[in-house]
Design a protein around this ligand. Structure first.
Ligand code: KG4
Ligand code: ZN
Length: 334
């Protein structure tokens, strides 16, 4: 069917988002209600507050998304919703709303994996297609995934401790920059010297594509303590730039290794940390003429429902549907 309308719903963390997407790739609306203000004073996402905020916002966000798309709820052909991984109370709000909507509209329902959603952000408003290697880096995940085809994935490496975004958020907090940390470090680092301090990056054996960021995090915290104790100056811009360089080097190194191992032509970025300007530049530079680098626009890197609608549409094309026993799962494998 042409003009197939998917309504996507995303509530896995701190954004309540509903999006209307035509034929899987064309965004008719992408409404995002960010809860950042509600969590800011706690320096991070408070799960209990997130669930309540989703509950208050979801019907309004859905209404607005449908209005902005210029459609009626009755025009929806498929309801797609994130059912994991994420905060279980937050996920449940989206899943319950999606079930109610699919039931009322008598339309099919499909649960989407949030990480698959991030990968599919690359397909929106574009004709990009597999195979490719994808680095998915967000607040909760740092995965290297070989995307052989829609629905055909191979996990090649992942973090053994903190996610890249988590490291950005923790270091930003230690530097007194605020929350969420990624965009603030990105901005602050531009004013600093990234070779000012040499922070260690974890290295694994040649064929091991794991990441580890907790050692780096400790090294930065130790440096800050040391400077304070000795009464030495802390140049926040230099610390931010040197930390960011260490994270980006680790990400880019493994990504290029994985891409060579799979002999792909294209490397894609996905997830909130894919919005990082230093990561985009470094990967593009080091890929040279060897790989084509693809990344979604900034707004589609961080959490949004358009990517969920896109992934849901392709799941539906592969014959995947869920019934009303669909549940939320805090951890859910791809
Ligand atoms: O994908 P996302 O919106 O939510 C999760 O699924 O986790 O990613 C959020 C993460 C946060 O840790 C945030 O600090 C990070 O992405 N982030 C960035 C940037 N923008 C967002 N990290 C580095 N540089 C950025 N420009
Ligand atoms: Zn996410």
């Amino acid at each position: 069917k042409e003009n197939f309308i998917t309504l996507g719903i995303e509530t896995s963390c701190d954004e309540t988002s509903v999006s209307v997407v035509n034929d899987g790739r064309k965004i008719l609306s992408n409404t995002i209600f960010s809860q950042i203000k509600q969590h800011q004073k706690f320096g991070g996402v408070v799960p209990e507050i997130a669930s309540r905020q989703h509950l208050e916002a979801i019907t309004h966000v859905a209404q607005k998304s449908v209005e902005d798309a210029g459609i009626e709820f009755d025009d929806v052909d498929l309801v797609a919703v994130t059912h994991g991984p994420g905060l279980v109370g937050a996920l449940l709000v989206g899943v319950s709303y999606a079930k109610g909507l699919a039931y009322a509209l008598e339309k099919p329902l499909v649960g989407v994996n949030h990480i698959e959603g991030h990968i599919f952000a690359n397909f929106l408003e574009s004709d990009f297609a597999p195979p490719f290697l994808c680095l998915v880096v967000s607040g909760g995940h740092s995965h290297l995934i070989y995307v052989n085809d829609y629905g055909d994935y191979e996990l090649m490496g992942r973090t053994v401790d903190d996610a890249a975004g988590e490291a950005f958020d923790k270091i930003a907090r230690a530097l007194g920059l605020g929350y969420p940390g990624g965009p603030l470090i990105d901005k602050t680092a531009r004013l600093g010297d990234e070779s000012a301090i040499s922070f260690p990056v974890a290295h694994f054996k040649e064929d091991n594509l794991s990441f580890s960021f907790s050692g780096l995090k400790s090294a930065v915290l130790n440096y800050l303590n040391h400077q304070k104790q000795k009464g030495l100056p802390i140049i926040v811009e230099d610390v931010a730039a040197s930390f960011q360089k260490a994270v980006v080097d680790a990400l880019v190194e493994n990504t290029l290794k994985a891409a060579r191992a799979k002999n792909v032509k294209t490397i894609a970025l996905a997830g909130g940390v894919a919005a990082n300007s230093r990561l985009r530049d470094e990967l593009t530079n080091r890929a040279g003429g060897e790989f084509r680098i693809q990344f979604p626009p900034m707004i589609l890197c961080t959490d949004n429902a358009a990517m969920i609608a896109c992934a849901g549409y392709y799941r539906f094309l592969r014959g995947i549907k869920h019934d009303f026993t669909l549940n939320a799962h805090a951890s859910l494998n791809l």
